[in-house]
Design a protein around this ligand. Structure first.
Ligand code: SAM
Length: 299
């Protein structure tokens, strides 16, 4: 087997060879501990028939572990200066394709269709650039890709919010936005010392397993997310107060909002953080006729 990229010595060698300097603005914190990478890959439960989509391969530290453990890896990297580096470091692997692109602008579904026709089991596995963790996850979830799930590293604080359960302090609209699509769990926490350079925040790896069907059927998904966002606008306020101030013309519709809450069996004095996704789903459907004329909910 080839020498791991993810050791402090080898990483420094590679960076020096190419005169590469880290760009903080692109969230470039590279992993320099192969044990962490083995652990990430093992949490993805890949087989020799699986495919992996990576975001931000950097100098290829995680990419090579993926290449060793699955059939094909497609990695999207925004920084053109890393392309010659990756060509060099990943030259021992013939099952990796690097795409020079901002993941937020990429048509990932089309890439999967073209590059992974013969692969049934696909996972997104990445050490995400922390400055765009949420937009990347939401884009890939909204794209409804034909994937089994995600194993991704991010700042611990975001991982805690994504995986939070109702009634806890981290539970909010992000937990619902993600858990609507996937079952979410933290699989490990990661110390700062395994990165070069070390980030200012703690990190964690989460696993998302895509749901076959959403936990609740709603008439309008966009509207569900509008209602959850409004419900958490001010955490100390009751759900009624938040809906009154967060929904368009909410104040004038106080009685209708109360009626909708009561119809769903939700006490108007509860706080948003106590509602389950199922309750938010029922509530969104009950509120929809009241706010239907407002077109801003449609994409
Ligand atoms: N995978 C490598 C590792 O674990 O050592 C590097 C991870 S580093 C945290 C994030 C990587 O994402 C960097 O290589 C960075 O250039 C890249 N990146 C940042 N923004 C991106 C974007 N919008 N699209 C694709 N890649 C991006």
């Amino acid at each position: 087997m080839n020498k791991d990229i993810a050791t402090p010595i080898r990483t420094k060698e590679i960076l020096n060879k190419y005169g590469f300097s880290f760009k903080k603005s692109l969230g470039q914190n590279f992993i320099i501990d192969p044990n962490i990478l083995r652990n990430i890959v093992s949490n993805a439960n890949l087989s020799s028939e699986s495919g992996a989509i990576e975001i931000g391969p950097g100098i290829g530290a995680l990419t090579e572990h993926l290449a060793r453990n699955c059939k094909k890896v497609i990695a999207f990297e925004i920084d053109g200066l890393l392309l010659p580096v990756l060509e060099d470091t990943l030259s021992p692997y013939d099952n990796v394709k690097i795409i020079h692109s901002d993941i937020l602008k990429a048509d990932v579904a089309k890439v999967i269709e073209e590059e992974m026709q013969d692969i049934q089991d696909i996972m997104v596995v990445a050490n995400l650039p922390y400055y765009v963790t949420t937009p990347i996850l939401m884009k890939l979830l909204n794209d409804r890709l034909p994937i089994r799930g995600f194993v991704v590293m991010m700042q611990k604080e975001v991982a805690d919010r994504i995986t939070a359960k109702p009634g806890t302090k981290n539970y909010g609209s992000l937990s619902i936005a993600v858990q609507y699509y996937a079952d979410a769990e933290v699989v490990m926490t990661v110390p700062k010392t395994v990165f070069m350079p070390q980030p200012n925040v703690d990190s964690a790896v989460i696993r998302l397993t895509m749901r076959e069907t959403p936990p609740v059927q709603v008439e309008d998904e966009d509207f569900l997310f509008v209602v959850t966002k409004a419900s958490f606008a001010q955490r100390r306020k009751t759900i009624l107060n938040n809906l009154q101030s967060g929904m368009p013309s909410g104040k004038e519709k106080k009685q209708q909002i109360i009626d909708a809450l009561m119809k769903c069996g939700i006490d108007p004095s509860r706080r948003g953080e106590t509602l389950t996704i199922e309750e938010f789903g029922r509530l969104a459907d009950a509120l929809l006729p009241i706010f239907k004329q407002i077109k801003i909910f449609r994409k």
